[in-house]
Design a protein around this ligand. Structure first.
Ligand code: PLP
Length: 387
């Protein structure tokens, strides 16, 4: 069986041993020094100023939207563009927090929103919440320019694209902030975990407030003192003073410890996935049954699953059954056309067609791309992709 997820962690045995020893040796297992150290290390690797560690990628998205609402940079009822091909918890926070989601079709050669597609929807949009789908992107520099010119806030859900680069820049570094998932099977696993990255100091502080109850405990001391002075609270009341809308999105020290172990393998993990992806691309290149991607604008593609989109539903049935017969675990290409999902139909009045996302929905599937794949598995997958 070529499983979608081969292990809980990279270098699983030694990581599990280290986690066991860590747990046995620690008094404090709630968010503390390990989480802070992971944030510092992650911000450095991601080439961002600030990183806020949270319980998973879904709440990273919820927290980011809440923080932008708290700051007044998003306003309730406002329209926010997003990619119709995405994961549910990319768009659910928009609905949950009272924004109006605007689904934008993806391109078939990048599986992402292009500047041309966004241009047709940009009027009235406060923000664009892009998903960098399965490590791919469209023309991110042009999307950023469009957003800057039109006063639209660009944010990125980078939960599927850690380590991908375009224009010599890591994906996740084009918008004002970006989110990451460290769920098992993603590029870097902390079992459950997520991150929000930004270079914007005020947004960072708002994220820290909204991550934990709305209190000031994890803020830089100067900001904490300023807030306490403005609210006229003494040191005793300050312990239970709550400054803005929040929830509890904190990770644990165990997640932080695992993050610090796994981040040492970032280059190894990303490098292996990039090499696998390039092999898969070459294997598919001569196959006329499947759509081909144009990712020549990207420096590296780092994904955790490889999408295959067939030209017809009949071919999709054929390829899905061939992959399954060869023991390859497959799934739909993330949530397909999200506007066809029951939750979306329940909450959003939207009958427009997104033909490309729909095609990916009906004719697509993906299989895992992980660093532990051996030569035999890679050969099997490449033979299947060649048709
Ligand atoms: C684009 C995208 N956003 C958000 C998430 C949610 O991340 P998590 O599973 O850590 O909650 C995922 C999960 O795979 C995802 O693919």
């Amino acid at each position: 069986m070529i499983k979608l997820i081969k292990s809980s962690f990279h270098r699983e045995a030694e990581t599990k041993r280290a986690v066991a020893e860590f747990v046995l040796s620690q008094d404090v297992l709630s968010m503390s020094e390990q989480c802070r150290a992971f944030e510092t290390a992650f911000a450095e690797k991601q080439e961002r100023t600030y990183a806020v560690f949270v319980a998973n990628g879904s709440v990273a998205n919820l927290l980011l939207i809440q923080a932008l609402l708290n700051q007044g940079r998003l306003r309730r009822g406002g329209r926010v563009g997003f990619c119709a091909l995405t994961w549910p918890t990319n768009v659910m926070p928009l609905i949950q927090l009272g924004l109006e989601p605007v689904a934008i079709d993806c391109e078939l050669d990048t599986l992402n929103v292009s500047p041309e597609a966004f241009d047709a929807h940009i009027a009235g949009c406060q923000a664009l919440f892009l998903t960098n789908v399965l490590g791919f992107c469209d023309d991110l520099p042009a999307l950023r320019r469009m957003c800057d010119d039109r006063g639209v806030l660009l944010i990125e859900d980078n939960c599927e694209a850690l380590g991908s680069r375009t224009n010599h820049t890591l994906l996740g570094n084009f918008g004002v902030a970006s989110t990451f998932s460290f769920f098992v099977g993603h590029h870097l696993s902390t079992i459950e975990g997520g991150m929000v990255c930004t270079d914007d100091e005020e947004l960072y502080e708002q994220l820290v407030i909204s991550r934990a109850h709305g209190w000031d405990r994890n803020l830089p001391p100067a900001t904490r003192e300023r807030l306490r002075a403005e609210a006229r609270v003494d040191d005793f009341q300050a312990k239970y003073t709550f400054y803005d809308l929040a929830s509890n999105f904190r990770p644990t020290e165990i997640n932080g410890f695992i993050g610090n172990q796994q981040i040492r393998y970032w280059d190894e993990i990303v490098g292996a996935r990039v090499a696998n992806f390039e092999r898969f691309q070459r294997a598919m290149a001569g196959n006329a049954d499947v759509l081909h991607y144009d990712l020549s604008h990207m420096d590296t593609v780092s994904n955790f699953a490889m999408p295959v989109v067939c030209r017809t539903p009949e071919l999709a049935r054929k390829y899905r059954s061939e992959f399954e017969a060869a023991g390859v675990e497959i799934r739909p290409v993330i949530a397909g056309d999200i506007t066809r999902q029951p939750f979306y139909r329940k909450y959003v009045q939207d009958t427009a067609e997104r033909p490309n996302a729909r095609l990916v929905h009906t004719n697509g599937f993906y299989f895992g791309n992980n660093p532990e794949m051996n030569e035999e598995e890679l050969t099997t997958l490449c033979d299947l992709l060649a048709g």
